[in-house]
Design a protein around this ligand. Structure first.
Ligand SMILES: CC(C)(COP(=O)(O)OP(=O)(O)OC[C@H]1O[C@@H](n2cnc3c(N)ncnc32)[C@H](O)[C@@H]1OP(=O)(O)O)[C@@H](O)C(=O)NCCC(=O)NCCS
Length: 453
């Protein structure tokens, strides 16, 4: 017998269908501003080898394909730690870690190559899927891998030779960009080649960071095992600027993975990447939630473009010491004690960015002779090559002219050409003010350069 439909049930169903349709429409509309904002932008996404093995990996691939079809230019960097571990143990090769880095011996390298190669192929295969009735239907992703990363040996540290473990030496950003322009998705493995033709095992997080900085990417996204950066009560910190990130790192609450990723995120932001995100791979759809909803699900690290060139004060001594100490150790700058810095602090100009001293220079005047010395010029390595050295020099010249100084001189052991290209010329010891002659350190054999103002 034919059943007569229960009218009230059908009406109920209809109304719940309409509610869910409306929710869908509302959700889609609320994503629109993010879809517009992200179209044409470059995102570098890092995920570890653990993610590749996880049952949820197919979902991550679907989400990546969706980002691609929404016009985001994507560079994927993958890790392969568990795969390498397994391959080496199958081959009966023991591999040691020192200070968090694997020592890749010549014997272990083929195992590393096999594991990384297989992992990459597995990812490529997933990205190539296109079955009907799956989110990959019609995606037709073009995936490009290549020799985009040049490596160099990590070398010997504290007597330990890291062998075929390497560092990123250079990233061919132009070649990656060319592929992105062609709508290809670039997939990069944690392996690099040196100009001598050697193969090096790299840390995937470093590869992602260097690639993002070389591309000046809009976002660097770490998909990690933990849930993002948590405060001491275990609550997610949704946003951190660079000083806050530094503070968090100093207070050391958190697992090693978060520390390392946060370190890389901060480095990327200092190096010109606008935003870095730390999100969990254990949340299904974390990538979409982070990028297409207002609050996201992870931690956002931002580099607020706040910079200030100003007179130094006594509070800046710690920051200046942090900046110049490595250069003093390398013999590039003369050693200055804290006491001496305290005495001379009013001679210093600094550039402060997000609460951190990233550059400094000092001006010592000899009014009787109408000359002045430019000393202790330094720019933090993460911020070099962007004109800050020039800015400081111009500021020091302006300060000097204001004080009727006619000639600026400087003493340098390794930076002659930088000054010569900016109008300085080598000059004799006798041209130094007498007081300064008495302080000249003959062992350093510094060159003396001067410039008429
Ligand atoms: C020298 C220094 C202050 C320049 O700062 P910066 O902000 O990178 O400089 P700018 O962006 O204004 O200039 C960058 C240019 O200087 C060049 N440069 C940097 N260091 C140089 C050196 N030692 N010799 C010659 N040129 C150098 C760069 O190659 C770049 O040139 P390019 O544009 O042709 O590629 C910075 O490299 C530094 O702190 N060095 C270590 C400390 C030091 O040597 N101080 C001087 C001691 S007296």
């Amino acid at each position: 017998m034919k059943k007569t439909p229960d009218k009230s049930k059908t009406a109920q169903q209809k109304s719940s269908n309409t509610t869910s349709q409306q929710a869908h429409v509302d959700w889609f509309r609320s994503s629109a501003p993010y879809i517009h904002a992200h179209r044409g932008r470059t995102f570098v996404i890092l995920f570890g080898g653990e993610a590749v093995e996880h049952e949820g990996f197919a979902h991550l691939i679907h989400d990546i394909a969706l980002l691609n079809s929404l016009g985001v230019k994507l560079v994927l960097v993958h890790g392969a730690r568990p795969q390498i571990e397994r391959q080496l143990s199958t081959l009966g090769i023991q591999s040691d870690f020192v200070a968090g880095s694997r020592i890749t011996t010549a014997k272990a390298l083929p195992g590393v190559e096999q594991a990384v190669g297989q992992t990459r192929m597995r990812i490529e295969a997933q990205l190539s899927m296109g079955l009907h009735n799956t989110p990959m239907a019609g995606a037709a992703l073009k995936v490009i891998c290549g020799n985009f990363v040049t490596a160099q040996p990590y070398g010997v540290h504290n007597g330990v030779d890291y062998c075929q473990t390497g560092n990123v030496r250079n990233v061919n950003a132009a070649a990656i960009e060319e592929q992105l322009q062609q709508n290809a998705l670039v997939l990069i493995s944690p392996i690099g080649y040196s100009p001598t033709g050697e193969i090096f095992n790299l840390r995937a997080e470093d590869v992602a960071t260097e690639v993002a900085m070389a591309l000046k990417a809009d976002k660097l996204i770490f998909i990690m095992e933990s849930n993002g950066v948590l405060d001491s009560d275990g609550k997610l910190l949704q946003q951190l600027n660079l000083p806050q990130a530094q503070q968090w790192q100093q207070s050391h609450h958190g697992d090693d993975e978060t520390q390392l990723h946060l370190n890389n995120a901060a480095q990327a932001c200092r190096g010109g990447v606008k935003r870095a995100h730390l999100i969990s791979r254990n949340i299904d759809g974390a990538l979409l939630l982070e990028l297409y909803t207002r609050d996201g699900v992870g931690t956002l690290v931002t580099a607020d473009n706040y910079e200030d060139l100003r007179h130094a004060s006594i509070d800046d001594i710690g920051g200046i010491m942090e900046l110049i100490e490595p250069l003093e150790q390398q013999g590039v700058l003369v050693k200055r004690s804290r006491e001496l810095l305290e005495l001379d602090i009013n001679k210093f100009t600094v550039i402060e960015r997000d609460g951190m001293i990233i550059a400094c220079a000092a001006l010592f005047t000899y009014p009787e002779e109408a000359v002045a010395e430019l000393a202790c010029l330094a720019v933090h390595p993460d911020y070099q090559q962007q004109g800050r050295g020039d800015d400081l020099l111009q500021h020091i010249e302006w300060q000097s002219r204001k004080q009727h100084i006619e000639k600026l001189f400087t003493l340098t052991t390794q930076t002659m050409h930088w000054f010569i290209e900016r109008g300085f010329a080598e000059t004799d010891f006798d041209t130094l003010p007498v007081d300064r002659q008495q302080m000249y350190n003959f062992q350093r054999k510094s060159k003396i350069l001067s410039k008429a103002l």
